[in-house]
Structures are given as structure tokens and as C-alpha cells.
Design a protein around this ligand. Structure first.
Ligand code: LMR
Length: 398
């Protein structure tokens, strides 16, 4: 048995963590995975999570599986993206289901897409989170790219993006990052989102938003949902995968939500029942501890306010590190253009480093990042920023 099985290639993101953990250099830095760490480089348990934890202590988890905790999570999650006063939320005209974080939500949707729109394709921004490709490939949905990043200008290639929207067959599925685009850190402006939404309407495309970093672009949760709300205003059908791994620091808990807007509550019930059927065969039922935490945070105005403040603290630290990194590179008289580090938003800096330079950083400085040069700014701290600047300067010197 298994003679024909050979090792799978390492995942471009989790493979970086593995290599980092195996490195014994005391100065090593992990800029791989996009999960928040504090200025000591340590994972953070947010105070709002501690308070939620205290609230749910003593809870009977078995009972929770059979109670309404899952619908509570969905109710609170949809308010966060579509707005608590939105018609869809008030009417309940959405199919919502708890998912195993953003990845699980995407996987459920990909499966749903293949079942109910066989032969359809999905368009991804170029580039996108590497796992999007794995997820839709495993669901056997053909993948296409649409233009997104302009590698020369280190910004959005807006005209090519609009052309691709216009040229895609009517009624295509598109995956969009509503804020803090992963990996580039480049988002469309409000005006550009309006134009994108307009062309989606003309072409009857379906927007599927993957929102894994709500709060991380602007520090404000509503502001970071603006793109989705523009589409909502324009009367689109929308799908949305939500993750609480980053903005609540709950990476290991796998808490997420998938929602799909529907014509009315009857259709929503039908769609939901199909999503539940898919989930049932994939993993039975999802874990409850994390969702109890998230629902307790979102459902309690005081804890929710605390969470909003803590999101801002995380975002401010990342901004400070962006600024300090540029300052340090300027002090070293680096002639390389690093301005984009400041302009990009969210957790990542799409550095523009070549795979060779990334390899040198790993081999000579024990600095780890994905091969496309994406740096998770969450791994940069007051203590390691000058070491990082120096290494970046060394590998980019002419
Ligand atoms: C990332 O892009 O690093 C995050 O979305 C975490 C992950 O699981 O890939």
C-alpha cells in the first residue's frame, strides 16, 4: 500500500512557519503567516477574548452544539459586514452558516458553486491568497485570473481590472478582497469600488467577498466593510466568507461565517439547507468554543467596544512598524524604493523582493517570508526592525 504516494509540496505559507521553527538562530524573524503578534513578537490574547472567556466559563459545550449558538454567531457576523441596519439583515434574506474560519467558508462556497452552477468558473485577482487556488481547485471549479496588481507601479492596475470585468462572460463568479488585500496590501479607492460595482451590475457578475482582515485596513470595522456595502447599495447578490482569526486573534479556533444573499427568506432557507448538507458530509458539525467567544464579544456592546479599541491598537502598531522600517532603511541610505511599504494597508507589505533575495534573507539572516516577497508586518517589532532593515538593505544593494 501507498507505494505511489510521494511527499506533497510544502504549502507556500505554512511551509514558512515550519522552516522558521526549525531554525535555531536567536535573531530569526517570522514574516510568514498573517497572524497578529505584539511588539515582543508574541501571539496576543485580546482582553475582549479574556472577558468573553470569563462569560462562557462553565458553559456546557455539548448543549451548545444543539442550541442556537451557531445562529447567534451568524446573526452577529452578518451585521458586521452588511451593517446592522441593512435591509438584508432586518429581513433575514440571507443564507448564513457557521464555517471553519475563512478557509472553510470559501471551501463550502466553492462546493456550492460547483453543485449549483456546474461548468462555472471563478475569477481571482492576480495575485491572491495562495490557498484560494487550492480551495477552488479541490472543489473542481476552473480558475481564471483578473488583473489586479501592477508590479511596476506597485499599485492597482485599475484599467486592466475593469477591462477584465468587462471581458469576462456575463454572470461570472469573481472573488474580491473587500479590504487589506492579501498579499499586496493594495485596495481600490471608494470611487474605484463604485465603478467596479457598476460594471459587475452591467455584466451580472457574482461578487464573492473573502473578508479575513476586516478592521486591519483602516482600524475601523465599518469603514473596512465599505466596499461590500457599496455592492449592497447597488442591489447585487453577494456571497461573503468571514474569518475572525486575525481581527480577534483567534487563529487556532477556526471561527468563520459564510453568508449568501437571497431574494427572500424562503430562498434563503433553501440555500442554507444545501450549505448545511455540504458541511455535514465534510466535517459533521463545527467546533463550538470559538463561536461562543465570538458571539459573546459581538453580542455584548461593552465587550464589542473593547474589541473595536483593540483592533485599532493592533493596526496602529503595524502602521508604526511600517514607518519605522522606512526610517531605518533611509538611515542606511538604501537607494531602493521602499515608499510602497507606507502606502500599502493591512497586515502585509508586498515588498517586491525577488525569490533570490527572499532566499538570501532566509539563508544569511534567518528572516522568513513567502517566496513572493510578502512580509507579514505583524512579525516586525521594535526589537527586530533595525536588524530587518539592515538585512533588506544588504540583499537589495546594487
Ligand atoms: C495568511 O495569508 O498568512 C493567512 O491568511 C493565514 C493562512 O492561513 O494562510
Amino acid at each position: 500500500w501507498w507505494n505511489h504516494v510521494f511527499p506533497a509540496p510544502k504549502d507556500p505559507i505554512s511551509g514558512v512557519t515550519e522552516a522558521f521553527l526549525a531554525d535555531t538562530c536567536p535573531r530569526k524573524i517570522n514574516l510568514g503567516v498573517g497572524a497578529y503578534r505584539d511588539d515582543e513578537g508574541k501571539p496576543v490574547v485580546l482582553q475582549c477574548v479574556r472577558e468573553a472567556e470569563a462569560k462562557i466559563s462553565g458553559c456546557n459545550f455539548l448543549e451548545s452544539v444543539f442550541s442556537k449558538v451557531s445562529s447567534k454567531l451568524v446573526e452577529e457576523s452578518v451585521k458586521l459586514v452588511y451593517g446592522k441596519d441593512s435591509e438584508v439583515v432586518k429581513e433575514g434574506s440571507y443564507a448564513g452558516i457557521q464555517a471553519i474560519s475563512g478557509t472553510g467558508a470559501c471551501r463550502l462556497f466553492a462546493e456550492f458553486q460547483r453543485r449549483f452552477y456546474p461548468g462555472s468558473q471563478i475569477y481571482f485577482p492576480d495575485p491572491t491568497w495562495s490557498n484560494h487556488h487550492n480551495i477552488w481547485r479541490d472543489a473542481q471549479v476552473p480558475r481564471r485570473n483578473f488583473h489586479y496588481y501592477d508590479w511596476n507601479a506597485k499599485g492597482l492596475n485599475f484599467s486592466a481590472l475593469i477591462d477584465d470585468i468587462k471581458n469576462a462572460p456575463d454572470g461570472s463568479f469573481f472573488l474580491l478582497h473587500p479590504c487589506a488585500h492579501n498579499p499586496t496590501g493594495v485596495d481600490p479607492t471608494e470611487k474605484q469600488w463604485r465603478e467596479i460595482s457598476y460594471w459587475f451590475k452591467v455584466k451580472n457578475h457574482f461578487p464573492f467577498f473573502d473578508t479575513a482582515y476586516q478592521g486591519f485596513a483602516s482600524g475601523d470595522l465599518d469603514q473596512d466593510a465599505q466596499s461590500i456595502r457599496i455592492f449592497l447599495e447597488d442591489g447585487h447578490w453577494i456571497g461573503c466568507a468571514q474569518s475572525f482569526s486575525k481581527n480577534m486573534g483567534l487563529y487556532g479556533h477556526r471561527v468563520g461565517c459564510l453568508s449568501i444573499l437571497c431574494a427572500d427568506t424562503e430562498k434563503a432557507a433553501a440555500v442554507k439547507s444545501q450549505l448545511e448538507k455540504i458541511a455535514r458530509a465534510m466535517y459533521g458539525s463545527p467546533p463550538v468554543h470559538g463561536i461562543l467567544l465570538v458571539s459573546s464579544i459581538l453580542g455584548d456592546p461593552n465587550i464589542k467596544r473593547l474589541w473595536e479599541k483593540e483592533v485599532k491598537v493592533m493596526v496602529d502598531r503595524i502602521q508604526r512598524m511600517r514607518a519605522t522600517l522606512i526610517e531605518s532603511l533611509t538611515k542606511l541610505s538604501s537607494s531602493h524604493d521602499w515608499e510602497h511599504i507606507k502606502d500599502q494597508v493591512g497586515m502585509f507589505c508586498y515588498s517586491g523582493l525577488t525569490p533570490e533575495q527572499v532566499n538570501r534573507l532566509r539563508a544569511e539572516f534567518s528572516i522568513y517570508m513567502t517566496r513572493d516577497g510578502r512580509m507579514s508586518m505583524a512579525g516586525v517589532t521594535t526589537g527586530n526592525v533595525s536588524y530587518l532593515a539592515n538585512a533588506l538593505h544588504e540583499v537589495t544593494k546594487a
